[in-house]
Design a protein around this ligand. Structure first.
Ligand code: PEP
Ligand code: MN
Length: 347
């Protein structure tokens, strides 16, 4: 169960609620953001009766749920959560587009890409300064230098910056430069990392583990919410499959499932899901149609020369075409895309 605590509740009243839970054998976790909530957990899996807390001083509302992710669950909030990144709102009417190279490779490539995607309607620039690579000999990213280049790109274009945190030791440095910290697929179950970053209020893009069930994905989000960070954006990026035709299998069904089970926003990454640029346009349209809150795509000025993920990267003309298609599709779906005039600008 989740207990929403009255905003004027005193410390003693909160203590009393915790005491009642404790005396009835329930464990409790206090979460302070965005308002104070107490998650009551029945450690005996349903054997214990829920104590009656309604009417207790300081209790605003009690939500009875057996969800494994009580804070992320739809029961916790009938309203969709909108994550506001300094004016860029993910989870509202706008289908927000995140675009940029897989890795920050050089100042030239990054700034050229930032300017182009901004002009075509992207709101957020992506690019890894620290890259999780399968081979230790593959390009690992420019590290701190890459972060500085991302900050420069933000200063020049006004785009928000999304970049991945790999090593918890780099948390402060990454947060200094990023507007959104990405937790990659390989780290979705790095619970120590989730707990650490959950203590901050920084918006987080949590990518689905490549073999994670939807429930595990939402429990990873719960780690962040339980640690006190309500600014969580989910990202479906494909799950492992048996077919070599694509890099992963884009699980678009995950979007309406997440929307049913949770109030958190979810965006779709067709780049890592498919691994091939020719599938990015149709799946971007599908992401909008299926109800996602945005898109993450890899864009590079010269994909054939990209230092990583070139095969799945699209060029500026292809990105412009996708933005124009999304723009046309958004209206009948009751959504907006920041691509007004993208067609004319792209010419
Ligand atoms: C990425 O977005 O750069 C990335 C490595 O993605 P994923 O964690 O989904 O593989
Ligand atoms: Mn990539």
């Amino acid at each position: 169960m989740t207990i929403l605590v009255n905003s004027s509740a005193s410390r003693q009243q909160i203590r009393r609620i915790l005491d009642v839970l404790h005396k009835n054998g329930w464990e409790s976790f206090v979460v302070h953001e965005p308002t104070t909530r107490i998650v009551g957990v029945n450690p005996k899996h349903g054997v214990l009766q829920a104590p009656c807390l309604d009417g207790l001083p300081g209790v605003e509302r009690v939500i009875h749920t057996s969800s494994q992710f009580p804070l992320a669950s739809r029961e916790a909030s009938p309203e969709n959560t909108v994550v506001d990144i300094d004016g860029v709102r993910v989870g509202g009417r706008e289908f927000v587009v995140v675009a940029g190279p897989c890795a920050v490779e050089s100042e030239e490539v990054l700034i050229e890409t930032a300017r182009a995607v901004k002009k075509l309607g992207a709101r957020i620039l992506r690019g890894g300064a620290f890259k999780p690579r399968s081979s230790p000999y593959a390009f690992q990213g420019l590290g701190k230098q890459g972060l500085k280049l991302l900050s420069k790109a933000r200063d020049l274009t006004g785009l928000k910056i999304c970049t991945e945190l790999l090593d918890p030791g780099n948390l402060a440095m990454v947060c200094d430069h990023a507007d959104i910290v990405q937790i990659g697929s390989r780290n979705m179950t790095n619970f120590a990392l989730l707990k650490k970053i959950g203590k901050l209020k920084k918006p987080i893009l949590l990518k689905r583990g490549m073999s994670a069930k939807v429930s595990e994905f939402l429990m990873a989000a719960e780690y962040l919410l339980a640690a006190g960070n309500p600014n969580v954006i989910l990202c479906e990026r494909g799950v492992v499959g048996f077919d070599q035709a694509t890099r992963n299998i884009l699980d678009l069904a995950c979007v309406p499932i997440v929307k049913t089970l949770s109030h958190l926003p979810i965006i779709v990454d067709p780049s890592h899901a498919t691994g091939y640029r020719e599938y990015i346009a149709p799946l971007s349209r599908a992401a909008l149609a299926v109800g996602a809150d945005g898109l993450l795509v890899e864009v590079h000025p010269r994909p054939a020369h990209a230092l990583c993920d070139g095969r799945q990267s699209i060029n500026f003309a292809q990105f412009g075409e996708i933005m124009a298609q999304l723009s046309a599709l958004a209206k009948p779906l009751g959504k907006t895309v920041n691509a007004d005039g993208a067609r004319t600008r792209a010419r």
